[in-house]
Design a protein. Structure first.
Length: 550
């Protein structure tokens, strides 16, 4: 263990540990697996079950406490980062274990309010893992914030599909046992790996190559899961086939470790080459030659003369003022216009996206989609969610570093595309849900990658965990307003018959046209944020270029 400790204490191993934790803790995306047994065992009505699910959405998005704890642990104390994981693991275990105990009768049926608390605890734990893994990754790879946030958020998006694969392989048809699995498996994974997730000092090395490797693995796993989900919805796979596909999934999940080992090997070789160069500076008599100066007075003058105009000199000066200032704390950030522009944009984007997936089953039923088709759409949502989270982070980094495009540009584009997706769903043409769910799912996921990255750039990394979790409250707020006050209200008015059901395009057309308008409003807000931050991002790119000349 003493020999392994230096290899384990690296940013690459920390990234792999963070990825594996993220792959196991996204149970909030699998509510449909155990919702039926929760409803029947507790004797809930549909409205009561919906009330419990609301606390799932609130818990999974209201991560202010996890952000405050992260800032306290990393900035104010000498406590290890694993403290954040421990708090999350305790909540995770308690929430799902108590739900399981209620379902199987180990404890008396709790009041609805207490069950809502259990659900809140289970979902709220996710924010602690998410904050620790995402923000530490961002601090370890500050020059590629969009990419690393996309990777971590992307694997969290895939975790729902991964957990469902565990369920289908070992516990299919035993939803109550699945609840016990959620109490034990993610908790154990996080407790075993949490000591490896740390923050390391910044380096001048270019990490893009190996981060691209992690991205490639994420895409491979997403593609594999998509194929498995489609096959399972078309065919009934025997046990041996389910076990075989699960083993292959585990092998694919080991690939990030291979990338980390390769990165460590390259860094070790680079270190050996540096030592060799230093040894060559010794004379034959064992005397050390004075190391050549890599920056002389003339070099300094030439470097200072790089700006070719007064405007560029002024930009360099402004760059120092803007980018090196003290990071804002949560209260200071909330006093800025940029914070509220980002918050409103997320209400429009995240809120309308979550309202869509929450009502996917009812939309499919109203348009005469079969149960298999609806289940297929719900299962594939996690893939589109992943592609948005991963793709937006990677593409925004590429556009920023190569074209100098500010990230709010991509946010505006994705929100406009989401509006198109809502219009497609409202249209009701044959196959509209397949097209609309892809557009809305990808664009919804992209907000989860863009928002934390923009937050870290505008307000600093120091309190980023608290600030981006505060902005994330926009997700359940927007979802509640659009789901209950818009979709639910209009659906109930259009419903007819004894069972209060509705069939046809009229059931959701007006609702999704309204959500399309809301998403387009979010696009306009993102455009306003772009113009307010355009100069900031230009100076950030200029500073990066000047740093590369050094």
């Amino acid at each position: 263990m003493e020999k392994l400790r230096p290899q384990l204490s690296t940013r690459w191993i920390a990234t792999v540990a963070g990825i594996w934790i993220q792959c196991s803790v996204g149970a909030s995306y699998t509510f449909s697996i155990y919702s039926a047994v929760l409803k029947s065992s507790q004797g809930y009505s549909q409205s009561t079950l919906d009330t419990v699910s609301v606390f799932k959405d609130i818990g999974a998005n209201a991560g202010v406490i996890s952000g405050l704890l992260y800032s306290f642990v990393t900035r104010k104390t000498s406590l290890p980062l694993c403290v954040v994981h421990v708090v999350g693991a305790i909540q995770y275990f308690l929430g799902y274990f108590l739900m399981w105990a209620s379902v199987v009768g180990l404890i008396d049926k709790p009041p609805v309010a207490l069950m809502c608390l259990f659900m809140f605890l289970a979902a709220h734990a996710q924010t602690f893992f998410n904050t620790a893994d995402v923000v530490s990754g961002l601090e370890n790879f500050p020059h590629y914030g969009g990419t690393i946030v996309g990777i971590m958020k992307g694997f969290l998006g895939l975790s729902g599909a991964i957990l469902i694969q565990v369920y289908d392989t070992f516990f299919k048809g035993e939803a109550s046992t699945y609840l016990l699995m959620l109490a034990l498996l993610p908790t154990c994974v996080s407790l075993v790996l949490m000591f490896l997730v740390r923050i390391y000092e910044k380096t001048t090395s270019d990490h893009k190559k190996h981060l691209n490797g992690f991205s490639a693995v994420a895409l491979i796993i997403a593609g594999y899961l998509m194929i498995i989900i489609i096959l399972e919805n078309i065919f009934t796979l025997p046990l041996w086939a389910r076990i075989s596909t699960f083993v292959l999934l585990l092998i694919l999940l080991l690939l990030p470790l291979g990338i980390a080992i390769n990165a460590l090997r390259e860094e070790s070789n680079r270190s050996l080459q540096t030592d060799s160069i230093e040894n060559n500076l010794l004379t034959d008599h064992g005397e050390q030659i004075t190391s050549p100066k890599f920056s002389t007075a003339e070099d300094t003058i030439e470097y200072q003369q790089l700006p070719s105009s007064d405007l560029e000199v002024k930009a360099t000066s402004d760059d120092k003022i803007l980018l090196d200032e003290e990071p804002l704390n949560p209260l200071q950030s909330m006093c800025t216009v940029n914070f509220w522009l980002l918050f409103v944009a997320m209400i429009c984007g995240m809120g309308s996206g979550l309202a869509t997936i929450n009502n996917m089953s009812q939309i499919g039923a109203s348009l005469s989609y079969t149960t298999v088709e609806v289940n297929n759409l719900v299962s594939l949502w996690s893939i589109w969610n992943f592609l948005g989270r991963f793709g937006a982070g990677y593409v925004s980094d590429y556009l920023l570093h190569t074209r100098g495009w500010a990230r709010p540009v991509l946010m505006a584009v994705t929100l406009a595309t989401m509006a198109v997706g809502h219009i497609v769903i409202a249209s009701g043409f044959p196959g509209n849900l397949y097209v609309g769910s892809v557009l809305v799912g990808i664009c919804y996921g992209s907000q989860w990658s863009l928002m934390p990255t923009i937050t870290s750039e505008l307000f600093g990394v120091r309190h980023m965990g608290t600030i981006f979790n505060t902005i994330a409250i926009a997700n359940p707020v927007g979802s509640y307003v659009l789901s209950v006050k818009v979709i639910g209200y209009i659906y109930d008015k259009e419903a007819s018959g004894d069972d209060d059901t509705c069939y046809g395009t009229r059931c959701f057309m007006l609702s999704f046209l309204i959500m399309a308008a809301v998403a387009f409003l979010g696009c306009l807000v993102a455009v306003a944020l772009f113009f307010r931050t355009k100069r900031f991002y230009q100076l950030a790119v200029l500073r990066r270029l000047m740093h590369s000349f050094k």
